[in-house]
Design a protein around this ligand. Structure first.
Ligand SMILES: [Zn+2]
Length: 343
Protein backbone atom coordinates (compact mmCIF):
# COMPACT_ATOMS: atom_id res chain seq x y z
CA UNK A 1 0.00 0.00 0.00
CA UNK A 2 1.24 3.44 -0.93
CA UNK A 3 2.20 5.88 1.78
CA UNK A 4 0.12 9.06 1.52
CA UNK A 5 0.67 12.36 3.28
CA UNK A 6 -1.89 15.10 2.81
CA UNK A 7 -1.16 18.83 2.98
CA UNK A 8 -4.44 20.33 4.04
CA UNK A 9 -3.42 24.00 4.08
CA UNK A 10 -2.94 26.56 1.29
CA UNK A 11 -0.26 25.76 -1.28
CA UNK A 12 1.56 28.76 -2.74
CA UNK A 13 2.18 28.16 -6.42
CA UNK A 14 3.28 31.69 -7.25
CA UNK A 15 3.71 35.04 -5.54
CA UNK A 16 -0.05 35.65 -5.57
CA UNK A 17 -1.54 32.27 -6.34
CA UNK A 18 -2.82 29.71 -3.90
CA UNK A 19 -4.05 26.20 -4.52
CA UNK A 20 -5.58 23.71 -2.18
CA UNK A 21 -4.97 20.01 -2.12
CA UNK A 22 -1.47 18.56 -2.27
CA UNK A 23 -0.47 15.01 -1.52
CA UNK A 24 2.69 13.02 -1.25
CA UNK A 25 2.32 9.50 -2.56
CA UNK A 26 5.37 7.42 -1.70
CA UNK A 27 7.36 10.63 -1.58
CA UNK A 28 6.13 11.98 -4.93
CA UNK A 29 4.10 15.17 -4.76
CA UNK A 30 0.85 15.43 -6.66
CA UNK A 31 -2.14 17.75 -6.89
CA UNK A 32 -4.36 14.76 -7.70
CA UNK A 33 -6.12 13.24 -4.73
CA UNK A 34 -4.98 9.66 -4.31
CA UNK A 35 -7.48 6.88 -3.67
CA UNK A 36 -5.80 5.86 -0.42
CA UNK A 37 -6.45 7.62 2.86
CA UNK A 38 -3.65 9.78 4.14
CA UNK A 39 -1.52 8.23 6.86
CA UNK A 40 -0.65 11.75 7.98
CA UNK A 41 -2.34 15.14 7.49
CA UNK A 42 -0.15 18.24 7.72
CA UNK A 43 -1.92 21.58 8.15
CA UNK A 44 -0.15 24.88 7.45
CA UNK A 45 1.15 26.76 4.46
CA UNK A 46 3.30 25.10 1.82
CA UNK A 47 5.76 26.99 -0.36
CA UNK A 48 8.90 26.29 -2.34
CA UNK A 49 12.20 26.40 -0.52
CA UNK A 50 14.16 29.51 0.31
CA UNK A 51 17.56 30.55 -0.93
CA UNK A 52 20.09 31.80 1.60
CA UNK A 53 22.31 34.08 -0.48
CA UNK A 54 24.98 34.46 2.22
CA UNK A 55 25.65 31.37 4.27
CA UNK A 56 28.84 29.82 5.60
CA UNK A 57 28.58 26.07 5.69
CA UNK A 58 31.60 24.64 7.45
CA UNK A 59 32.39 27.67 9.57
CA UNK A 60 31.87 27.98 13.28
CA UNK A 61 32.55 30.82 15.73
CA UNK A 62 36.26 30.01 15.76
CA UNK A 63 36.85 28.94 12.19
CA UNK A 64 36.54 25.69 10.30
CA UNK A 65 34.39 22.93 11.78
CA UNK A 66 34.41 19.18 11.16
CA UNK A 67 32.72 17.58 8.17
CA UNK A 68 29.99 16.23 10.46
CA UNK A 69 29.37 19.64 11.95
CA UNK A 70 29.21 21.20 8.48
CA UNK A 71 26.64 18.65 7.46
CA UNK A 72 24.62 19.30 10.57
CA UNK A 73 24.70 23.05 9.78
CA UNK A 74 23.32 22.29 6.32
CA UNK A 75 20.59 20.12 7.80
CA UNK A 76 19.67 22.90 10.22
CA UNK A 77 19.30 25.32 7.30
CA UNK A 78 17.32 22.81 5.31
CA UNK A 79 15.00 22.08 8.19
CA UNK A 80 14.35 25.81 8.52
CA UNK A 81 13.26 26.07 4.89
CA UNK A 82 16.48 26.81 3.01
CA UNK A 83 17.02 24.56 0.02
CA UNK A 84 19.78 26.43 -1.73
CA UNK A 85 22.68 28.35 -0.25
CA UNK A 86 25.23 30.53 -1.88
CA UNK A 87 28.19 29.67 0.27
CA UNK A 88 30.19 32.70 1.35
CA UNK A 89 32.66 30.39 2.99
CA UNK A 90 36.03 31.23 1.49
CA UNK A 91 36.49 34.91 2.06
CA UNK A 92 39.78 36.50 1.19
CA UNK A 93 41.51 39.04 3.30
CA UNK A 94 44.64 40.38 4.85
CA UNK A 95 45.70 39.57 8.40
CA UNK A 96 43.08 41.99 9.71
CA UNK A 97 40.32 39.45 9.35
CA UNK A 98 39.43 36.86 11.96
CA UNK A 99 41.85 33.99 12.22
CA UNK A 100 40.73 30.84 10.47
CA UNK A 101 38.11 32.50 8.29
CA UNK A 102 39.98 33.47 5.18
CA UNK A 103 42.88 32.96 2.84
CA UNK A 104 44.93 35.76 4.33
CA UNK A 105 47.01 37.46 1.69
CA UNK A 106 48.94 40.67 1.24
CA UNK A 107 47.95 43.01 -1.61
CA UNK A 108 50.65 41.74 -3.94
CA UNK A 109 49.25 38.19 -3.63
CA UNK A 110 45.62 39.08 -4.11
CA UNK A 111 45.33 38.79 -7.87
CA UNK A 112 46.96 35.36 -7.98
CA UNK A 113 44.95 34.09 -5.03
CA UNK A 114 41.67 35.27 -6.54
CA UNK A 115 42.58 33.66 -9.84
CA UNK A 116 43.31 30.39 -8.04
CA UNK A 117 40.05 30.53 -6.07
CA UNK A 118 38.15 31.28 -9.26
CA UNK A 119 39.62 28.09 -10.74
CA UNK A 120 39.02 26.02 -7.59
CA UNK A 121 35.57 27.35 -6.77
CA UNK A 122 32.13 27.02 -8.26
CA UNK A 123 31.64 30.45 -9.75
CA UNK A 124 32.10 32.93 -6.94
CA UNK A 125 35.05 34.44 -5.11
CA UNK A 126 34.47 36.57 -2.06
CA UNK A 127 36.70 39.42 -0.96
CA UNK A 128 36.67 40.96 2.46
CA UNK A 129 36.53 44.52 1.23
CA UNK A 130 37.09 46.20 4.57
CA UNK A 131 37.76 45.40 8.20
CA UNK A 132 38.98 47.24 11.26
CA UNK A 133 42.42 48.74 10.69
CA UNK A 134 43.78 48.59 14.20
CA UNK A 135 46.45 51.22 13.53
CA UNK A 136 43.88 53.69 12.23
CA UNK A 137 41.31 52.61 14.84
CA UNK A 138 38.56 52.54 12.23
CA UNK A 139 37.16 50.57 9.31
CA UNK A 140 39.42 50.71 6.29
CA UNK A 141 39.54 49.05 2.87
CA UNK A 142 41.52 45.81 2.99
CA UNK A 143 43.28 46.40 -0.31
CA UNK A 144 44.34 49.31 -2.51
CA UNK A 145 41.76 50.13 -5.21
CA UNK A 146 44.07 49.19 -8.10
CA UNK A 147 44.68 45.74 -6.62
CA UNK A 148 40.96 45.14 -6.17
CA UNK A 149 40.35 46.15 -9.76
CA UNK A 150 42.98 43.72 -11.03
CA UNK A 151 41.75 40.91 -8.78
CA UNK A 152 38.15 41.27 -9.97
CA UNK A 153 39.33 41.43 -13.57
CA UNK A 154 41.29 38.20 -12.97
CA UNK A 155 38.18 36.47 -11.57
CA UNK A 156 36.11 37.63 -14.55
CA UNK A 157 38.83 36.40 -16.82
CA UNK A 158 38.43 32.96 -15.22
CA UNK A 159 34.65 33.08 -15.67
CA UNK A 160 33.92 33.65 -11.97
CA UNK A 161 31.96 36.41 -10.28
CA UNK A 162 33.09 38.35 -7.24
CA UNK A 163 31.25 39.51 -4.18
CA UNK A 164 32.68 41.50 -1.29
CA UNK A 165 32.05 42.05 2.37
CA UNK A 166 31.67 45.84 2.62
CA UNK A 167 30.75 47.81 5.72
CA UNK A 168 32.25 51.24 4.98
CA UNK A 169 31.11 53.80 2.43
CA UNK A 170 34.42 54.22 0.64
CA UNK A 171 34.70 50.48 0.12
CA UNK A 172 31.53 50.56 -1.96
CA UNK A 173 33.02 53.20 -4.27
CA UNK A 174 36.13 51.09 -4.65
CA UNK A 175 34.15 47.93 -5.44
CA UNK A 176 31.77 49.60 -7.89
CA UNK A 177 34.72 51.18 -9.68
CA UNK A 178 36.26 47.71 -9.93
CA UNK A 179 33.14 46.20 -11.57
CA UNK A 180 32.10 43.99 -8.64
CA UNK A 181 29.19 41.55 -9.18
CA UNK A 182 27.49 41.60 -5.76
CA UNK A 183 27.89 43.32 -2.39
CA UNK A 184 27.43 41.78 1.06
CA UNK A 185 26.11 43.95 3.93
CA UNK A 186 26.53 47.33 2.14
CA UNK A 187 26.02 49.21 5.39
CA UNK A 188 27.89 52.26 4.08
CA UNK A 189 25.44 52.75 1.23
CA UNK A 190 24.85 56.39 0.28
CA UNK A 191 22.36 57.83 -2.19
CA UNK A 192 25.16 58.48 -4.67
CA UNK A 193 25.73 54.73 -4.95
CA UNK A 194 22.16 53.81 -5.81
CA UNK A 195 22.16 54.60 -9.55
CA UNK A 196 25.46 52.80 -9.89
CA UNK A 197 24.09 49.63 -8.28
CA UNK A 198 21.12 49.76 -10.66
CA UNK A 199 23.10 50.55 -13.82
CA UNK A 200 25.80 48.00 -13.10
CA UNK A 201 23.23 45.37 -12.05
CA UNK A 202 24.92 44.75 -8.71
CA UNK A 203 22.66 43.15 -6.07
CA UNK A 204 22.97 43.66 -2.33
CA UNK A 205 22.69 40.99 0.36
CA UNK A 206 22.03 43.13 3.46
CA UNK A 207 22.23 40.32 6.09
CA UNK A 208 20.11 42.39 8.50
CA UNK A 209 20.15 39.79 11.25
CA UNK A 210 23.93 40.12 11.25
CA UNK A 211 23.85 43.92 11.16
CA UNK A 212 21.67 43.70 14.27
CA UNK A 213 24.80 42.60 16.16
CA UNK A 214 26.71 45.84 15.40
CA UNK A 215 25.89 47.46 18.76
CA UNK A 216 27.47 44.47 20.53
CA UNK A 217 30.54 44.69 18.30
CA UNK A 218 30.75 48.41 19.05
CA UNK A 219 30.41 47.87 22.79
CA UNK A 220 33.19 45.28 22.78
CA UNK A 221 35.48 47.58 20.77
CA UNK A 222 34.63 50.82 22.59
CA UNK A 223 37.54 50.97 25.04
CA UNK A 224 40.30 50.33 22.52
CA UNK A 225 38.78 51.62 19.29
CA UNK A 226 36.22 54.36 20.04
CA UNK A 227 36.18 55.70 16.46
CA UNK A 228 35.48 52.27 15.07
CA UNK A 229 32.76 51.74 17.69
CA UNK A 230 31.08 55.05 16.77
CA UNK A 231 31.35 54.19 13.08
CA UNK A 232 29.70 50.79 13.59
CA UNK A 233 26.89 52.37 15.60
CA UNK A 234 26.17 54.92 12.91
CA UNK A 235 26.10 52.19 10.24
CA UNK A 236 23.69 50.24 12.41
CA UNK A 237 21.40 53.24 12.86
CA UNK A 238 20.89 53.65 9.12
CA UNK A 239 20.30 49.97 8.39
CA UNK A 240 16.59 49.91 7.55
CA UNK A 241 16.43 53.26 5.73
CA UNK A 242 19.30 52.13 3.55
CA UNK A 243 17.68 48.87 2.54
CA UNK A 244 14.42 50.64 1.82
CA UNK A 245 16.15 53.34 -0.25
CA UNK A 246 18.01 50.71 -2.25
CA UNK A 247 14.83 48.79 -2.90
CA UNK A 248 12.95 51.94 -3.93
CA UNK A 249 15.78 52.85 -6.30
CA UNK A 250 15.45 49.47 -7.99
CA UNK A 251 18.52 47.75 -6.55
CA UNK A 252 18.12 43.97 -6.34
CA UNK A 253 18.06 42.79 -2.74
CA UNK A 254 18.55 39.18 -1.72
CA UNK A 255 17.93 37.46 1.59
CA UNK A 256 21.06 36.08 3.22
CA UNK A 257 21.71 35.23 6.86
CA UNK A 258 25.51 35.22 7.19
CA UNK A 259 25.05 32.05 9.23
CA UNK A 260 28.16 30.18 10.26
CA UNK A 261 30.22 32.51 12.37
CA UNK A 262 28.32 34.55 14.92
CA UNK A 263 24.91 33.94 13.36
CA UNK A 264 23.55 30.47 13.92
CA UNK A 265 22.17 28.44 11.04
CA UNK A 266 18.48 28.07 10.29
CA UNK A 267 17.42 31.74 10.43
CA UNK A 268 16.45 32.51 6.82
CA UNK A 269 12.82 33.20 7.73
CA UNK A 270 14.01 35.80 10.27
CA UNK A 271 16.08 37.55 7.61
CA UNK A 272 13.13 37.61 5.21
CA UNK A 273 10.98 39.12 7.93
CA UNK A 274 13.71 41.66 8.75
CA UNK A 275 13.78 42.75 5.10
CA UNK A 276 10.01 43.01 5.20
CA UNK A 277 10.17 45.04 8.40
CA UNK A 278 12.69 47.34 6.69
CA UNK A 279 10.02 48.14 4.14
CA UNK A 280 10.27 45.56 1.40
CA UNK A 281 6.93 44.10 0.40
CA UNK A 282 6.83 40.51 1.61
CA UNK A 283 6.75 39.28 -1.99
CA UNK A 284 10.03 41.08 -2.70
CA UNK A 285 11.67 39.95 0.52
CA UNK A 286 10.72 36.43 -0.31
CA UNK A 287 10.94 35.94 -4.02
CA UNK A 288 14.11 37.69 -5.03
CA UNK A 289 16.72 35.08 -5.50
CA UNK A 290 20.16 35.47 -6.98
CA UNK A 291 20.21 34.43 -10.58
CA UNK A 292 17.03 32.40 -10.39
CA UNK A 293 13.59 32.79 -11.89
CA UNK A 294 11.18 34.35 -9.45
CA UNK A 295 8.44 31.75 -9.43
CA UNK A 296 6.97 28.86 -11.30
CA UNK A 297 7.78 25.97 -9.07
CA UNK A 298 5.18 23.74 -10.63
CA UNK A 299 7.02 24.02 -13.92
CA UNK A 300 10.21 23.28 -12.07
CA UNK A 301 9.01 19.78 -11.45
CA UNK A 302 8.52 20.10 -7.74
CA UNK A 303 4.95 18.88 -8.01
CA UNK A 304 6.19 15.83 -9.85
CA UNK A 305 8.47 15.01 -6.98
CA UNK A 306 11.73 15.61 -8.75
CA UNK A 307 13.39 16.87 -5.61
CA UNK A 308 14.28 20.19 -4.12
CA UNK A 309 13.80 23.33 -6.12
CA UNK A 310 15.10 26.70 -5.28
CA UNK A 311 12.19 29.03 -5.76
CA UNK A 312 10.75 30.99 -2.93
CA UNK A 313 7.26 32.25 -3.07
CA UNK A 314 5.35 34.54 -0.74
CA UNK A 315 3.04 35.14 1.02
CA UNK A 316 1.82 33.80 4.27
CA UNK A 317 -0.90 36.22 5.28
CA UNK A 318 -0.28 35.46 8.93
CA UNK A 319 3.32 36.52 8.49
CA UNK A 320 2.39 39.66 6.63
CA UNK A 321 0.15 40.83 9.37
CA UNK A 322 2.02 39.69 12.38
CA UNK A 323 5.47 38.18 12.05
CA UNK A 324 5.50 36.00 15.07
CA UNK A 325 7.74 33.47 16.71
CA UNK A 326 4.64 31.28 16.82
CA UNK A 327 5.29 30.38 13.18
CA UNK A 328 7.55 27.44 12.80
CA UNK A 329 9.34 26.74 9.51
CA UNK A 330 10.45 23.44 8.24
CA UNK A 331 11.11 21.69 5.05
CA UNK A 332 9.59 18.64 3.47
CA UNK A 333 10.21 17.05 0.08
CA UNK A 334 11.58 20.22 -1.45
CA UNK A 335 8.93 22.45 0.03
CA UNK A 336 9.21 24.91 2.83
CA UNK A 337 6.44 24.46 5.24
CA UNK A 338 5.10 26.94 7.78
CA UNK A 339 3.03 25.90 10.69
CA UNK A 340 1.51 28.04 13.38
CA UNK A 341 2.33 26.54 16.72
CA UNK A 342 0.47 27.24 19.89
CA UNK A 343 2.84 29.09 22.21
ZN1 LIG B 1 29.66 36.20 5.85
Amino acid sequence: MRHVVEFSGPILTGPETIRHGLWSVDGVLTFTKPVEDAAQVLPGWVMPGFVDAHCHLGLGPSGAVSQDEAESQARTDRDAGTLLVRDAGSPLDTRRYLRGFAAEVEPDQLVDTVRQQARDGDGWVKLVGDWIDRDAGDLAPSFPAAVVRDAIAAAHDEGARVTAHCFATETLDQMLDADIDCIEHATGLQSRHLPRFVEQGVPIVPTLINIATFPEIAAAAEAKFPRYAAHMRSLWEGRTERVRAAFDAGVQIFAGTDAGSVIRHGRIAEEILALHAAGLPITAAWTRQPGLPGNGWEQAGCARGSGPTSWSVPKIPGWCRRPSPGWHMWCWQGLSYAEQRAE
